[in-house]
Ligand binder design. Structure first.
Ligand SMILES: NC(=O)c1ccc[n+]([C@@H]2O[C@H](COP(=O)([O-])OP(=O)(O)OC[C@H]3O[C@@H](n4cnc5c(N)ncnc54)[C@H](O)[C@@H]3O)[C@@H](O)[C@H]2O)c1
Length: 348
């Protein structure tokens, strides 16, 4: 299969690119290389004859048309987005422009190409989205996000992703574009940009800095190892039913405080401090405005219909992640100089 992957120089997109090439797919990585991108994330596959890179912004319709004509993909996996909630609070316009307008241009370019190709049933436009579109759950284990949960986004980021999901469904209903959608919980793992919670905690811990926890640390997230997400995405683009959406999650709910304490424990074992625990560096800071209390995914549809299972528990995945950051200092040091990294953003 020839896949056009947007956002393939980012965290999740690069995992998709690496796995797709390992499975023998041709991949065209289309990325505008924003502050969040790093081509080193795909360095392990960039010399492969299966790999091509297009430095293109998804808001540039003419450039998108050229890429479709040149590469003639069998499927699109659309991951390019502005992805950091805190940045969306400080600067929502980039989120509206890339996540909504950019997705609109992707849909129109894909539709033009698909129409010109004779509208093959086999073509797929796979839109990759987040569980944050569903809003916030109470702390009740019986309540989970399913594919039928109503949309209730509460941050500029999640609102822009929700809007893009609606556009994708509309292009299916109105124009018949063969789409599939996925909504995934919080990812973590290698190549996670050092402004997100898990890398911030690991890197601040190693630097002897405070480990900032928003509010009282009781917010609950459902964590999924990024390689397991990439595996689910490659399954859905191939086997997902047309027009259908699939929730992807690891059934690994943790409060932010529990998560940070687990990371400290792993670091205490792998890189012990001369005295005390990394947990001594935990500091509670002012909460994020509109901070959603709990996200929790019911991945039943993906599990029962397509047979997907995550390969690691959250403890195994976190252990691998910490080890990866310990082994890849050159990668993260270079990114720490980028604009906004290390600063407290999104205080409203
Ligand atoms: N990170 C998560 O936990 C998570 C969970 C569920 C869903 N998602 C979704 O998965 C996708 C990827 O997330 P991520 O964490 O890898 O993001 P990321 O911020 O690490 O990477 C985004 C990539 O998109 C590119 N990009 C941004 N704007 C672009 C534009 N206008 N044109 C072309 N490329 C552009 C960036 O250069 C970057 O390489 C996003 O759509 C996000 O909403 C993320």
């Amino acid at each position: 299969m020839k896949l056009l992957v947007t956002g393939g120089a980012g965290f999740i997109g690069s995992a998709v690119v690496r796995q797709a090439i390992a499975r023998g797919h041709h991949v065209v990585n289309l990325d505008a290389l924003t502050y969040a991108a790093c081509l080193d994330n795909v360095a392990s596959v960039s010399d492969s004859p299966l790999y091509a890179f297009e430095h293109v912004d998804i808001r540039d319709r003419a450039a998108l048309d050229t890429v479709f004509e040149k590469h003639k993909p069998d499927a699109v996996m659309h991951l390019a987005a502005e992805s950091h909630v805190d940045r969306s609070i400080d600067g929502p316009s980039d989120f509206v422009e890339t996540n909504i307008t950019g997705t609109f241009h992707m849909l129109e370019a894909a539709r033009a190409y698909w129409t010109k190709s004779g509208k093959p049933d086999t073509f797929r436009f796979h839109h990759i989205s987040t569980d944050e579109v569903f809003g916030s759950l109470p702390n009740d284990p019986e309540q989970l996000f399913t594919e039928d949960t109503s949309y209730d986004p509460r941050s500029p980021y999640s609102a822009s992703k929700a809007a893009s999901d609606h556009l994708v469904r509309a292009w299916h209903e109105t124009y018949g574009l063969p789409v599939v959608l996925t909504n995934c919980s919080n990812n973590y793992g290698p190549f996670h940009f050092p402004e997100k919670l898990i890398p911030v905690v690991i890197l601040n811990a190693l630097a002897g800095k405070e480990l900032p926890i928003y509010g009282d640390g009781s917010n609950i997230r459902d964590w999924l190892y990024v390689e397991d997400h990439a595996d689910a995405l490659l399954l859905v683009v191939d086997k997902g039913e047309l027009g259908r959406s699939y929730n992807v999650g690891g059934e690994n709910e943790r409060t932010n405080l529990e998560l940070v304490q687990t990371l400290c424990k792993i670091l205490d074992e792998k890189r012990p401090k001369s005295s005390g625990s990394y947990a001594d560096q935990i500091t509670f800071v002012t909460d994020r405005p509109g901070h959603d209390a709990r996200y929790a995914i019911d991945p039943k549809r993906l599990r029962d219909e397509l047979g997907w299972r995550p390969s690691v528990t959250v403890e195994q995945g976190l252990e691998k992640t910490v080890q990866w950051y310990l082994d890849n200092e050159t990668w993260w040091r270079a990114l720490q100089n980028r604009s906004g990294v290390g600063a407290r953003l999104g205080t409203g």
